[in-house]
Write a protein that binds this ligand. Sequence first.
Ligand code: ADP
Ligand code: MG
Length: 678
Amino acid sequence: MNVSPVIREKLLRLGIQTELDLLLHLPIRYEDETHLFAITDALSGQTVQVEGIITRNEVILQPRRQWVCQVEDSSGALNMRFVHFYASQIKTFAVGQRVRLLGEIRQGYWGTEMVHPQCRLVSQGDALAETLTPVYPTTSGLSQKALRKLIAQLLQDAQYSSQLSETLPNDLIHQYQLFPFKQSIQYLHLPPPDAPMQALLERTHPAWRRIKFDELLAQQLSMRLHYRQRRSRVAPVLAARQMLTAKLLDQLGFQLTAAQIRVNAEISRDLANPHPMQRLLQGDVGSGKTIVAALAALQAIENGFQAAIMAPTEILAEQHFEKLSTWFAALSIRVVWLSGSQKKKQRQAVLDEMVLGAAQLVVGTHALFQGQVRFQQLGLVIIDEQHRFGVHQRLALRMKGESECVPHQLMMSATPIPRTLSMSYFADLDVSVIDALPPGRSPVVTKLVADTRRDEVIVRIQQACEQGKQVYWVCPLIEESETLQLQTAVETHQNLQAVFGELSVGLVHGRLSAQEKADVMTAFKQGQIQLLVATTVIEVGVDVPNASLMIIENAERMGLSQLHQLRGRVGRGSEASVCILLFQQPLSKIARQRLKIIFEHSDGFEIARQDLHLRGPGEFLGARQSGVPMLRFADIEQDDELLAAAQAVAGEMLDHYPQLAQRHVDRWLGSKLEYLRV
Ligand code: ADP
Ligand code: MG
């Protein structure tokens, strides 16, 4: 771009690198300098431009030092008032001068006034602006004036305006009644005097719709291209032989739910394809994803391939290991465990088994895709709680082992993804949803209890334990300090131990060694521990059906999905379960909203939808955020109808107009396409 280094640096700060970026730097609002209002016509609160002669100019000292000028036009007069001003200004705006003011009309103590208006001297008959004046997001040191000039120049320059040529085929433009692209850009930067201001501000104007549509389309196209590209690789054909899988189902103590059968079939079909599966399995906490994962792993194993399951925490990985070892032992399948905290020698033994192919299923943490990990023939990678891993796209490749085949990938998530999100930011994945819980679950009753009523809670715990039930006590999340969080957990444990002298109170937190954590969890599972004090490490996946009471301290500090996940740790048996959310007053507005939602809803999808509404997609995406193109203009909830259109158009363009599709993606994502090369 042809600008000075200083300006270039400022533009970079706004994320503007190219001319096109600059053209897509759209106004947040406008000022109307196309009209002159008669002073007496302007309504209070309205931002208007007026013109008149200065009839008074003085600095007054009461009630505070300020500069006041009276300006008169043929209809009346107003005061312009400045609290900050320079001596030079007082000189310039001398009595008798003609001045144009732009500002908000107010009724002040001395009558009609404008406080700190924009003002400049003019001559009678000076031309008015021909378009509305754009106000851009900017950064310190880069004035509106400078930005306006830069952009207006670009818009006039034929060379750049050719960069704005249409990327959509005519028939689709007509079919979806879209505003032309170049016109949209021009209109939004410099709207005509009669432009509907409200529609511009609310971004519902057809020009805005077109920009948002194009942005959504670029996202759709890139995700689908990405999908097709990965899909074009070769993967092992893992046919559904129904040998091991059937055996496992036989020995299981329960029947699969209809939802589990359906998603299992979807996965099974994908695995039999010669291209890598990229499927996201969604299911609320406790919906029974583990057995579905086990069946998928068996389908790989019965075809002579290895499978790997990776979980984000040691506790969760350990638990998978236990469960799957039990299930698979009867099938004489070798399951091994790999974690970062393993002793070197042990780890080496496991690694050897993996390379040789003796290990048929490997369960582990991040350690699974680090350094020298090699498989003999890896057919399937399963990633639990995928949103915790940022790198999943890279993963399959890292884990491809010795053959040229890419393993299939199954990602699992208990954080349900609202429909609009899976249509947009997750459009590069196939999605399966377990939409029903196994039968016989009794819903968890949620209670909101102010921290001042702790004593009642203590009594409740006592009673529950006397009845042979088990209880979780979840310590507050202290984001600022892990040490503080740990300290709180240790103290809570001591206090509760003192209160419940005769109960066995356990403690689990993130700083324990893997072995210590596993020991505590086993003791809890076996009923040796009755009350388990825990930090949020138990948030994901922990499964102890006999635990039917959970206390969450300082629930007002936690996010919705976290609360939902935590609460999902109870209500896993047939026992009626209760989750008590202790909160501390006063509650912030957002905390109050969150607690209301978690209190009123138990369906993870509904909670997720409301969460999306409260927080926007950013936090939802977690680690995904760095991997996919984010949206600047479109709002997937508000613009869901545009999103659906973009989805349809993306398919059409990839099939029938691949070159235009590529140009569209280049225009919108250009340099940001790094992730496509994954
Ligand atoms: P999540 O989806 O949260 O990972 P899990 O796989 O841990 O859930 O399953 C939760 C519990 O439900 C486990 O104890 C599991 O054995 C049990 N379960 C899973 N499927 C069924 C079913 N179809 N019928 C009864 N119990 C089931
Ligand atoms: Mg799970």
